[in-house]
Design a protein around this ligand. Structure first.
Ligand SMILES: C[C@H](O)[C@H](O)[C@H]1CNC2=NC(N)=NC(=O)C2=N1
Length: 116
């Protein structure tokens, strides 16, 4: 996956196609609502994919949400296509784990990730 730094215009275009992700300086971030143990299971799957593609997000695991922050270290901590590729992969896995967009997280346990 390309690791040359993207321009502001390219970043804006990529973000428009990455609903839920936001630019934070030279990184992109997204938070998902999911109960702790569901978050751990989701992270295990994401960690597998990250190992395979050689690109890794910073992951912040809390009791009821997980936050991802992605940038490309190899490009001097700038945003590249590799970051948006990883974001799309994270989105697919989060959907499979029924993680919710954090701003819509009601706090009610879903059928996965809830603490019984
Ligand atoms: C050598 C190794 O593949 C590289 O350092 C990879 C590892 N994972 C990475 N993850 C992220 N987020 N950015 C990188 O530049 C990066 N580089």
């Amino acid at each position: 996956m390309g690791k040359h730094p993207l321009s502001d215009e390219e970043i804006a275009t990529k973000l428009a196609g990455s609903p839920g992700w936001a630019r934070e300086g030279d990184a992109i971030t997204r938070t998902f609502g999911i109960r702790y143990h569901g978050g751990v299971a989701m992270i295990v799957n994401i960690a597998d994919v990250q190992r395979l593609i050689g690109h890794h997000a910073d992951i912040d695991l809390r009791w009821d949400h997980v936050r991802f922050r992605i940038t490309t270290h190899d490009a001097g901590h700038r945003l590249t296509n590799a970051d948006f590729d990883l974001a799309a992969r994270i989105d697919r896995i989060a959907t499979a784990h029924e993680a919710q967009a954090h701003n819509s997280w009601s706090g009610r346990p879903g059928c996965s990730g809830s603490i019984r």
